[in-house]
Design a protein around this ligand. Structure first.
Ligand code: CA
Length: 239
């Protein structure tokens, strides 16, 4: 399987912020990161289109007034890229006229906010769009077979019994529970759970899988992690 076909992040939705005003970018980054989003910023449309291909954002915040290429044009171009064709785009503008709003929505934007706006309202709208477009990010509970994960309380239970996991095993299990019955190679798990920017021996995955398997199988019936020879691992009830 192609490495680039993997999701960029397991837990944090990525917002691409396209805005040339540095103070506003700082404010947006501060508020979004505090609310659990990952942020990538672009100062103009050209950079935005490059970053959109590279990072495959889950949401786009797009300023109307940008240098070189207008926000409207950037919006049209994002809609033509396969990776951003259906990503929610929220336009930010200093203009408050209805005609502009219509033009923004006509160019493919999903929503529209007029500056100055309240960061908490912006976050609420982002969450609403994310819930529709990418429900897996806003799930509060995951379940597979007799295994349950509560993402809010950060708790795992199997057949009603608490399972205690370290932070890496928790993230690993979360990823597997988000993609049940799919086989992942060690490299794919490294990219998805540890991030692609750090180098870790693929064998490290085996160590954490062993710990995870021991923790979730302890006193329970059946092994929920399947080892696929020469391929990798999946969350799957055997037999
Ligand atoms: Ca601007």
């Amino acid at each position: 399987m192609n490495r680039s076909a993997l999701p960029q992040t397991v837990t944090r939705p990525m917002v691409l912020v396209i805005e040339d005003e540095a103070a506003l970018v700082t404010l947006l980054r501060y508020n979004l990161e505090r609310e659990g989003f990952a942020v990538t910023e672009a100062r103009d449309g050209e950079e935005a289109l490059l970053l959109a291909r590279e990072h495959k954002p889950d949401l786009v915040l797009l300023d109307w007034m940008l240098p070189h290429v207008s926000g409207i044009e950037v919006c049209r171009q994002l809609r033509r890229l396969p990776d951003t064709r259906s990503v929610p785009i929220i336009m930010l503008t200093a203009r408050g006229e209805d005609a502009d709003k219509v033009r923004g929505l006509d160019s493919g934007a999903d929503d529209y906010m007029t500056k100055p706006f309240s960061p908490s309202e912006l976050v609420a709208r982002l969450r609403a769009h994310l819930r529709r477009a990418r429900p897996e990010f806003t799930a509060e509970q995951l379940a597979y077979d007799d295994l349950e994960m509560d993402l809010v309380a950060h708790r795992v239970r199997r057949a009603g019994r608490d399972v205690h996991l370290g932070p890496t095993e928790f993230r690993l299990l979360r990823y597997l529970m988000e993609h049940p019955a799919r086989v992942f190679s060690r490299e794919q798990l490294l990219d998805a759970v540890w991030g692609r920017d750090i180098y870790i021996e693929p064998r490290t995955v085996d160590v954490h899988i062993r710990r995870l398997r021991k923790a979730i199988n302890n006193g329970a019936k059946g092994d929920l992690i399947r080892t696929v020879r020469a391929a990798g691992y999946s969350l799957d009830r055997e037999g």
